[in-house]
Design a protein around this ligand. Sequence first.
Ligand code: UDP
Ligand code: MN
Length: 252
Amino acid sequence: QAGGEAFVTLATTDSYCKGAVVVARSLRRHGTTRSTVVMVTPNISEQSRFALKDVFDEVIPVDVMDSDDHVHLSWLGRPELGITFTKLHCWTLTQYSKCVFLDADTLVLCNVDELFERDELSAAPDPGWPDCFNSGVFVFRPSLHTHGGLLDHALQHGSFDGGDQGLLNSFFSSWPAGDISKRLPFVYNLNASSFYSYLPAFQQFGHNAKIVHFLGAGKPWSQREESRSLTMQQFVCLWWKEYLSDTTSSTA
Ligand code: UDP
Ligand code: MN
C-alpha cells in the first residue's frame, strides 16, 4: 500500500465519531478511489469504534501519550495542545504518500479526488482572516521529519489560537504569499460564516459547494437549534440524511 493516497479524519469523542461516519459515507457516496482513514483516541466507545470500522478502510488508534518522552513531558505542561497534537499524528501516516485531511465536521458533496493533484500544504482561506488558511480541509504529505518539526514548533512557540490552525499557519508560513496552487477555492471548505459576512456571494456561489464545513459551536449532531440560512439548513438536512443512511446503499 506504500505510495497510496488517503482521506484522513480524526475523532477523539463519540460525538465527533458521528461526524467522522458522515465524512466516510459522503466520500464513498461520491465514488472516491482513495482510502479512507480515521484516527481515534482510546476513550471512544466500543459502539463508535464499531460504527467507524464499518465505513472506513482504516481505523487507526492514536494516543497523545505515545509521543516520545520529550514531547510527553512538555505536553503535560501544555494540556491545551492535546487535540492539536492528536491531529498532528496525521503526518505519521507514512504508509501513504499524500493525504487530504478533513475535519470530522465536514460533509463532502461531490467527488473531490482532484485534491490529490495539489501539494502540501494546500488549504482554503479562513473566512475570519483570509491570509490564514482554515485547517478543516488540507492536503499534506505524511513525513516523520515534518511531524517532528511540527511538534518542536508547537513546544517552542505554542499556537497563537491555542489550536492546530494557529500552529499550522505559523509553520507553513509561506502559504498566503506563496504558490497560488496551494490556495484551494473556498468551495472546498464552505462554511456558514460567509452567509453573515458576504450574503450575495453566498447566494451566488453557495450552491457550487464541494465540501461544507460546520465550523463553530453548532454542529449538525448537536441538539442546539441554530438560526441558519436556508442553504445551510439544507446542508444540515443532507448531513442527517447521510448519517442515517444505510452503509450498503451509500456505496451505490
Ligand atoms: N476534534 C475531536 N474532538 C474534539 C475536538 C475536535 O476529535 O473534542 C477533531 C475533529 O476532527 C474536529 C477537529 O478536531 O473536526 C477540529 O475541531 P472542530 O471541528 O470542532 O473545530 P472548528 O472547525 O469548529 O474550529
Ligand atoms: Mn471543524
